[in-house]
Design a protein. Structure first.
Length: 182
């Protein structure tokens, strides 16, 4: 009996002791499912999932940011990258993001003047599941792009999209607005 209890204790300790992180997600059928943040994102048919490690973003020492998912439009350099940011989490001398609009306000600041940054639209919405969504659509250097944030608990999930056409960007944006809790 003692051996049985010891085995049960060890197995339960192992299962309970595994730390979860916002990066705990997987591709399932035609969706990305994040088990830590409890959301499901179904990408549009114009995109195919890509291993985020292939993006070569290099080592990033910000413990409050996690690269979650990426999808690409064929062999074109267009698609969506998804990451999470812990809110109000300072990093070095950076104060951290207060919310989605705070994150989006910082996008134009990082653009070079010669890139001809132009805001196309700025929107706020709530999904049918009650998630708060903020969107910034813009054109920069001849390409269409958007930054979309979804508030989930103490995190924002950030979707960065870029496309050759407004129609493709709109498809990507609509798929993000269909995000659901899981």
């Amino acid at each position: 009996m003692r051996v049985y209890l010891l085995i049960v204790f060890l197995v339960s300790s192992f299962l309970c002791g595994q730390a979860q992180s916002p990066a705990d997600g997987r591709v399932e059928a035609h969706s990305y499912v994040n088990t830590y943040l409890h959301f499901t994102y179904t990408w549009p048919s114009i995109l195919q999932p890509q291993d985020p490690a292939l993006l070569h973003v290099g080592p990033h020492s910000n413990p409050n940011e996690n690269l979650l998912f990426a999808a690409r439009q064929g062999s074109e350099p267009y698609g969506v990258v998804v990451l999470s940011e812990k809110l109000n989490a300072p990093w070095h001398d950076f104060a951290g993001f207060k919310d989605g609009p705070d994150f989006l306000r910082r996008i134009p600041v990082g653009q070079a003047p010669e890139d001809r940054f132009k805001v196309l639209a700025s929107k706020h919405a709530t999904t049918p599941d009650g998630l708060s969504v903020d969107e910034l659509d813009y054109a920069v250097a001849g390409e269409f792009a958007s930054g979309i944030t979804v508030r989930i608990g103490d995190y924002i999930v950030v979707f960065k999209c870029n496309a050759a056409s407004l129609e493709d960007l709109e498809r990507m944006n609509k798929s993000i607005l269909a995000i659901r809790r899981s």
